[in-house]
Design a protein around this ligand. Structure first.
Ligand code: 13P
Length: 269
């Protein structure tokens, strides 16, 4: 019996259309039902896995009902630091709540590398999410150069510290700990087909939990730490078998219903 309920989250990134997104949700929902992980199971308070999909912003509203009908959860891929105002192009946390999101991915390495998300901005986004009642999935992870120069744990600790300190300064810490999940996504494993070995991932996951424990020991035991980076049906079971790996954040494989469903099944154990 797992201590923490695993999460499997599909990060659809910049993919899909109205029709593609609708049929993907339906295919995932039907696939989970066929595997005995349908709505009655997913809806149960002690369900063995929590499954969410994170489509592009523009499809969230229209998919919300369909997603809920399958007892899946809805997440966004990013969020603004600010709640409202003159911030052209941004989408705020209260807006995401308003259209039915429960989760939001924050600090994905693509946002950090391509769109200027610093540790400070990421912390601001986590705070905005928590204040609006959204559960943030905080992404952390090192580049290949950082791994090769032995900086992996230092980079991940720095990324965590920025968020943990900001939550404490905003007096949000005890409540926020219950909502927060962390996703360890080594940048060199994202979309490359090169997965971290279960042992490599476990080493970092254990260090994330130890880093969290230095802030709040109770929180660290309940904190769900997902692994992301070239997770597929063929490697999911071995990754999820590791003690501190509590599910996955899935990119490419989440766009193929059968593959994604198999990953969910692996997480359900
Ligand atoms: P891939 O599963 O395509 O490697 O992407 C991982 C990811 O970035 C999920 O957020």
């Amino acid at each position: 019996m797992r201590i923490r309920r695993p999460i499997v989250a599909g990060n659809w990134k910049l993919n899909g259309s109205r029709a593609v997104c609708r049929s993907l949700v339906a295919a995932v929902g039907d696939g989970l039902s066929a595997q005995g992980l349908g709505p009655p199971v997913l809806a149960a308070a002690d369900s063995r896995v929590e499954v969410l999909v994170c489509p592009p912003f523009v499809y969230l509203s229209e998919l919300a009902g369909l997603v809920a009908g399958h007892q899946l959860k809805l997440g966004a891929q990013d969020v603004a630091v600010e709640d409202a105002g003159a911030f052209t192009g941004e989408v705020s946390a209260p807006m995401l709540r308003d259209v039915g999101c429960q989760y939001v991915i924050v600090g994905h390495s693509e946002r950090r590398a391509l769109f200027g998300d610093t540790d400070e901005r990421v912390a601001g986004k986590v705070i905005a999410a928590v204040r609006a009642g959204l559960a943030p999935i905080l992404c952390v992870g090192e580049t290949l150069a950082e791994r090769d120069s032995g900086q992996t744990l230092a980079v991940v600790r720095r990324q965590l510290a920025a968020v943990f300190s900001a939550l404490e300064s905003a007096s949000l810490a005890p409540a926020a700990w219950r909502e927060l999940a962390v996703a360890y996504e080594p940048v060199w494993a994202i979309g490359t087909g090169r997965t971290a070995t279960p042992e490599q991932a476990q080493e970092v996951h254990a260090d994330i939990r130890a880093t969290a424990a230095r802030r709040d020991a109770t929180m660290s035991g309940a904190l769900r730490i997902l692994y992301g980076g070239s997770v597929k049906a063929s490697n999911a079971r071995d990754l999820f078998a590791m003690r501190d790996i509590d599910g996955g954040l899935i990119g490419g494989a989440s766009l193929q219903a059968a593959e994604f469903v198999s990953i969910c099944k692996a997480a359900a154990g």
